[in-house]
Design a protein around this ligand. Structure first.
Ligand code: MRU
Length: 372
């Protein structure tokens, strides 16, 4: 996507083969890139959310395994493999909920196992990292094409009035390598001249909606309005939302979807008001080994400080951290919740749109069958 007239992905390598990312800590107030020079810096970037979002976490993990391959000893295949699999275990522990992370690491392990020497393994890891990133971008582009059809249908009923889409958190291009999942249909529709308007949930505690989604949509010129996290139900009751589209961090074989905390409440409100609720995801976000998302998806609990402290720009332009509760008040911080499939109208993936049911998923993904 374009920033200040230049096309960017969220992760890339330059001519010197340096690994670069957009520093998402600084957005929306400053746009800066950062180098991830070593395997450990990749782990830290994922853990501390310098990069975040399911697809980008997966792509970063793919490149992280390449850096691990670069740092691995080359004295023998055994020495290389021991280092490489220890790195895989470390990387997998950085964030637990998004399936893209483990998916990318496993893909690297399987690919590199075919290498006959440490040097060949390194070359394979380099190539595989690039393939993972390219595939993520292409999957998201296709999600945009499929999702645009849904928005076109809504637009046909609105006689020129904008289609009002509500989204939660950031599932735009910043959360992937490019395009995004939930926002990809929005960009595709906007670019095709379909009038759209996005209600952007602020998404406490880290405010990915206010800071990242609003920033992305502004850069692309998409009409949008920031709303308080709890406003969505009210808007739905008053006919101000035509469709909800969110991303996902992990989706089970029966279609339960883990996404940013608060998504479940939006799905309940959409269900109560008869508003279609779609979840957009690339296939790397499916976890076909799981069935019951509420019981089986691991939910990350992050530090209490993210709830107690907010970051923002003061009137004098300085970016400050401020505490919003009494000094002695404790906090808990669950980063995700699970929306049961019965509340989801459909899943939008790069293969098309399907019902959020096992039968619907298996029809698009035959490989999901018998993966319990
Ligand atoms: O904690 P984050 O920012 O990595 O959370 C991921 C998200 O942005 C959302 O849950 C998103 O909707 C799914 S990831 C595309």
């Amino acid at each position: 996507m374009n920033v200040n007239g230049k096309a960017y992905r969220t992760i890339w390598t330059d001519e010197a083969d340096r690994l670069l990312v957009i520093n998402q800590h600084l957005l929306p107030h400053r746009f800066e890139t950062a180098e991830l020079p070593a395997f450990e810096s990749v782990c830290a970037a994922i853990r501390d959310m310098l990069v975040r979002g399911a697809g980008l976490i997966g792509a970063t993990a793919g490149y992280g395994m390449w850096l691990a391959a670069r740092e691995a000893p080359t004295a023998s295949n055994d020495a290389f493999d021991a280092f490489f699999s220890a790195a895989a275990a470390t990387l997998k522990e950085t964030r637990p909920t998004a399936s893209n992370l483990a998916w990318a690491v496993e893909r690297q392990l399987a690919a590199v196992a075919h290498g006959g020497s440490p040097e060949e393994k390194r070359r394979i890891a380099r190539r595989t990292a690039q393939v993972i990133a390219d595939e993520d971008a292409e999957a998201c582009r296709r999600i945009g094409t499929h999702g645009k059809t849904l928005l076109e249908r809504v637009a046909a009923r609105k006689h020129g009035d904008p289609v009002n889409i509500l989204t939660h958190c950031n599932a735009g291009w910043l959360a992937f390598v490019d395009y995004g999942s939930a926002l990809s249909p929005v960009y595709a529709a906007h670019d095709a001249g379909i009038p759209v308007h996005v209600w952007v949930d602020e998404t406490r505690p880290r405010n990915q909606g206010a800071g990242l989604t609003a920033w992305e949509l502004s850069r692309h010129g998409v009409p949008h309005t920031l709303i308080a996290d709890n406003a969505g139900g009210h808007l739905m009751q008053h006919g101000m939302v035509d469709i909800v589209i969110t991303g996902a961090d992990r989706v089970t074989r029966q279609g339960d979807a883990a996404n940013k905390i608060g998504t479940y409440l939006k799905a309940l409100a959409a269900h109560d008001n008869g508003i279609p609720f779609y979840v957009a995801l690339p296939s790397s976000t499916f976890d076909f080994s799981l069935n019951d998302g509420m019981r089986e998806i691991p939910i990350e609990e992050r530090g209490a400080q993210e709830v107690r402290i907010m970051t923002g720009k003061a009137t004098d332009g300085r970016v400050l951290d401020v505490q919003i509760c009494p000094d002695e008040t404790p906090a808990r911080n669950w980063a995700f919740d699970v929306t049961p499939h019965r509340l989801i109208t459909g899943l939008i993936s790069e293969r098309g749109v399907c019902p959020a049911t096992e039968a619907g998923i298996v029809a698009l993904y035959p490989e999901a069958e018998n993966r319990a």
